[in-house]
Design a protein around this ligand. Structure first.
Ligand SMILES: *Cc1c(COP(=O)(O)O)cnc(C)c1O
Length: 369
């Protein structure tokens, strides 16, 4: 909540992670998933850096995110991964986004708006195949008909088909069996299209977990999300590192007498005369209130425990050793063995995705190359 509270983002590590993923998927195209403000890293800057580092496509959740990226001058294909509303078909066409369809409802709208906005150009669409996640997508037996409908539209190109896994990150046999079954179903759909002489350009299915565990899921392109941001969801030796570090500075230091409590609700009391440091970051900035009395921060290479409740705009730590001064740098989490989005996620029983996307708007993003 202060200009001193920042998320420092090291784009050279983004580049490294992209290269590592590409070397794992040997030759498959790379789609960087930039939904939800690029998992909190800043959608425009990460889109620009991705394009500079030669990404093949960008994936977003909403049409609005896609439009924002396109307006910033990005030229690579922007794929809208999630179902959009009919009323958004106009923007999809106007901004040359690539939709993924589950049924034929938007086709007439694409036809109409492509004529209006793009002259002789065509819109590229994907068909999503629901192989078991039971979220979006056409059922496998519906895909052939839907593909024929797309092919019958004069302003549309059937760019490809794709699917999404439900359990590629699960290590147990149930997860493995389910994923293999999804891949099998997907292959059957691909073969059915082929035997009906329908060729598509791009087939993709792999998310981060599949990139690291299922070579047979790579097809023509992979969709990298959380691994791109440095948090592989399965064990790997790959040289993948986080590149967002949430930092602040000590804003005030105070003495505390034995027995005095700290912050709302008196949830912690000093067991000796000690000192506390106040840090201007709170749950409004995405530092969960569940980390009250349950996290540490790093100052001058030493770890200090959070004491009392985390407030909307403030976190308090105990300084029981070392020498800490006002304006000293504080690491909340980042590229640190102990303090990172993965360990923080474990503490509050969630996944690193949620920790990253929750980093609030008033935490200033600072980029370095
Ligand atoms: C979010 C998303 C991804 C990326 O998932 P990660 O687990 O973060 O790699 C890939 N594909 C689709 C369709 C998604 O929605």
């Amino acid at each position: 909540m202060s200009i001193y509270t920042i998320a420092e983002i090291d784009l050279s590590i983004l580049k490294n992670n992209m290269n590592v993923i590409s070397s794992i998927t040997h030759g498959a195209k790379l789609l960087n998933v930039l939904k939800a403000n690029a998992y909190g890293h800043g959608i425009i800057e990460i889109a620009k850096a991705s394009e500079k580092f030669k990404v093949d496509a960008i994936g977003v959740a909403t049409v609005e995110e896609g439009v924002k990226i396109r307006k910033s001058g990005i030229k690579v294909p922007i794929i809208v991964l999630f179902q959009h509303f009919k009323s958004e078909a106009e923007e999809v066409c106007k901004y040359n986004l690539t939709p993924i369809i589950s049924n034929d409802e938007c086709l007439p709208y694409y036809e109409k708006y492509m004529e209006r906005y793009r002259g002789s150009l065509k819109i590229h669409v994907y068909i999503k195949v629901d192989t078991g996640l039971n979220r979006m997508g056409a059922k496998p037996e519906e895909v052939l008909d839907l593909a024929k409908k797309v092919l019958s539209c004069k302003n549309l190109v059937l760019e490809g088909i794709n699917t999404h896994f439900a359990a590629a990150d699960m290590k147990d046999s149930a997860g493995k069996d389910f994923t293999r079954e999804q891949i099998k179903t997907f292959n059957e759909v691909i073969n059915n299209l082929k035997s009906n002489k329908i060729e598509v350009n791009t087939i993709h299915s792999a998310n981060s977990a599949a990139i690291l565990s299922y070579e047979e899921s790579f097809f023509d392109m992979v969709r990298a999300g959380i691994t791109l941001y440095g948090y592989p969801p399965v064990n790997t030796n790959a040289d993948i590192k986080p590149f967002m570090e949430v930092k602040s500075k000590v804003v005030l230091i105070k003495k505390l007498k034995k027995g005095e409590s700290v912050s709302y609700g008196m949830t912690w009391k000093a067991d000796k005369d000690t000192k506390i440091a106040l840090i201007p970051i709170g749950y409004a900035d995405g530092i969960s209130r569940k980390l009250s009395n349950n996290w540490e921060v790093k100052i001058n290479n030493k770890y200090y425990p959070v004491r009392g409740r985390i407030c909307m705009d403030l976190t308090i730590v105990e300084i029981f050793k070392g020498n800490v001064n006002v304006e000293d740098d504080v690491l909340i989490f980042g590229n640190d063995k102990k303090l990172n989005a993965e360990t923080m996620a474990k503490r509050i029983e969630t996944i690193p995705h949620e920790v990253l996307v929750r980093i609030g708007e008033r935490v200033r993003r600072v980029y370095k190359d």
